[in-house]
Design a protein around this ligand. Structure first.
Ligand SMILES: Cc1cc2nc3c(=O)[nH]c(=O)nc-3n(C[C@H](O)[C@H](O)[C@H](O)COP(=O)(O)OP(=O)(O)OC[C@H]3O[C@@H](n4cnc5c(N)ncnc54)[C@H](O)[C@@H]3O)c2cc1C
Length: 491
């Protein structure tokens, strides 16, 4: 019998994940990717001996990667070598307060105790609750397709939801355990990965702290794109066909059914389509009659931030830097106001500097440093060269002051990246970097649906739908949609 054909739009983490799972279930799968290479927001580029990961740099929740590869009888180590970082990362709170976060629990407890008497015991209590949330959240909630509210209507789930602290904020929750301003800042950091501030993030996301503290911060040697490389290799083992430089520009729809997708080279027929490209963009291609959501709906969504990024090749080593450096030496309440409440270019931003060459000599020429700088900024800002340069000079001043040496004269490669690039490279709605924020009202069935409600064979996956932004959630999203698609095709 002829195999049913599934087209997956986009070769980011979610698209590759969905494609691999569907090929594994016996479907003929073709991935159409607009760019010349896979990875989406996690692509890589090479310049003058430097290897720059374009997006993700934090490898958290190693168990999810194991689950992913394990589903296909593989292990991450079949494809890449992981190294645990110690310190996990460094937080610069002021000139005089620089904290290396130890990889081991005893070290973290000593650190907490040095800021607040009794804080190590409080950490135990906090982590005990967070462990429950991680277990229920990661083993149950995130695997729910969330296409119907009824998936969540059971007494057990309601009890779980209450125990998970779905309905209170992380901000309030964490203050029940700690008073030290420094500890609060450290504990609120992982929440930033969810694209919202702690006041608007459900307390169940203390599961992020659990993951970070107990499972550690890892790095795939060679760079984060090694994960993509491994996933593509696995997909190709399953006979997924990748077609690059192949943008989907529309759909041929007959009787509420997508018969084919349109590309510059013509129509490609399919029994099923899974769109992992930015959700809002796919809806534009469908036209008004077949969209799940209106423009007003999208305008009301709380987007996770966009980013202003700099990829820098430095012709010397910078001994003061660790692998991950968080410059939290400014008032976050002002910066977050400028991201969420009054979207504008930040007056005095926090920023993040990653120097993977500290861990991995293969990502920079000998004696050089590979530097990735990131400022979280509001989506939909006017993105001009003048703004980019203004912030570049600010970051240089701060980095040079911290490192105690001139850096700008040693820059041998420089590239900036912001809203305009997110839009032209990924069709990102408002130039978003990380999709939708994980606020209470944008969680589970309150997120854009995995299923197109007006067409019988179009599904969505990726960071704008369930379970949310980040590499592990995108992997899960692909697996969840593959399960739904398989059920639908078997009907
Ligand atoms: C700067 C940055 C830093 C980050 N840091 C981290 C981190 O440290 N840790 C972490 O876990 N997560 C991080 N993230 C988040 C993580 O990278 C994303 O959540 C994840 O990569 C999203 O994967 P995706 O498959 O949903 O989307 P994407 O990666 O955007 O994939 C969608 C794909 O669809 C393609 N496409 C779009 N339109 C079309 C079309 N019309 N036709 C064909 N193809 C199309 C795009 O080119 C793209 O390849 C970061 C993201 C960014 C941007």
């Amino acid at each position: 019998m002829k195999k049913k054909k599934v087209i997956v739009i986009g070769a980011g983490f979610s698209g590759i994940s969905a494609a691999t799972a569907l090929a594994d279930k016996g479907y003929e799968v073709q991935v159409l990717e607009k760019n010349a290479e896979p990875g989406g927001r996690a692509r890589v580029f090479r310049e003058g001996g430097f290897v720059f990961d374009m997006g993700p740099s934090w490898y958290w929740m190693p168990d999810i990667f194991e689950t992913y590869f394990g589903k296909f009888g593989k292990k991450p180590s079949d494809y890449y070598e992981l190294k645990r970082l110690d310190p996990s990362y460094t937080v610069i709170l002021s000139d005089s307060e620089v904290i290396d976060i130890p990889a081991d629990m005893d070290g973290i407890k000593d650190l907490f105790e040095s800021y607040e008497e009794g804080a190590s015991g409080q950490l135990d209590k906090f982590l005990k609750q967070a462990a429950y949330k991680y277990r229920v959240g990661i083993q149950d909630f995130v695997w729910r397709p969330s296409v119907k509210i009824t998936e969540f209507l059971s007494l057990k789930l309601l009890i779980d939801a209450i125990r998970m602290d779905v309905f209170s904020s992380f901000y309030k929750h964490i203050r029940k355990f700690f008073k030290s301003g420094t500890i609060l800042k450290l504990m609120e950091f992982p929440i930033l990965f969810l694209g919202a501030i702690s006041q608007n993030t459900p307390a169940m996301y203390s599961l992020m702290n659990f993951a970070e503290i107990t499972m550690g911060t890892w790095y795939p040697m060679g760079g984060m794109h090694q994960i993509v490389k491994g996933m593509v290799a696995l997909a190709e083992e399953k006979r997924v066909k990748f077609t690059y430089n192949s943008e989907v520009t529309g759909f041929e729809i007959v009787n509420k059914h997508v018969r084919a997708v349109k590309t510059a080279k013509g129509l490609i027929e399919a029994d099923m389509v899974v769109a992992s490209a930015d959700y809002h963009w796919v809806e534009q291609l469908l036209g008004e009659d077949f969209r799940n959501y209106s423009e007003e709906y999208w305008d009301k969504r709380v987007m996770a931030p966009s980013s202003l990024l700099f990829y820098l090749g430095i012709s010397k080593r910078l001994p003061k830097l660790k692998h991950h450096n968080l410059f939290f030496d400014r008032d976050f309440s002002v910066h977050s106001h400028e991201i969420y409440t009054d979207p504008s270019w930040p007056s005095d931003p926090l920023f993040y500097a990653s120097a993977p060459s500290v861990t991995d000599p293969s990502v920079a020429p000998e004696g050089c440093e590979n530097l990735f700088l990131l400022i979280p900024v509001a989506p939909n800002l006017e993105d001009t060269e003048a703004y980019r340069e203004k912030y570049f000079l600010q970051l240089m001043d701060r980095l040079e002051a911290y490192c105690g040496e001139n850096i700008r004269d040693s820059i041998v490669y420089k590239r900036s990246y912001a809203h305009q690039d997110f839009m032209s490279d990924y069709h990102a709605f408002k130039g978003n970097a990380y999709g939708l924020a994980n606020t209470l009202f944008q969680t589970a069935f309150l997120k854009p649906s995995l299923k197109n409600k007006k067409l019988d064979n179009l599904y969505y996956t990726g960071q704008l739908t369930v379970p949310g932004p980040g590499v592990p959630p995108s992997l899960i999203s692909g697996l969840v949609v593959a399960h739904e698609v398989d059920k639908s095709l078997r009907k």
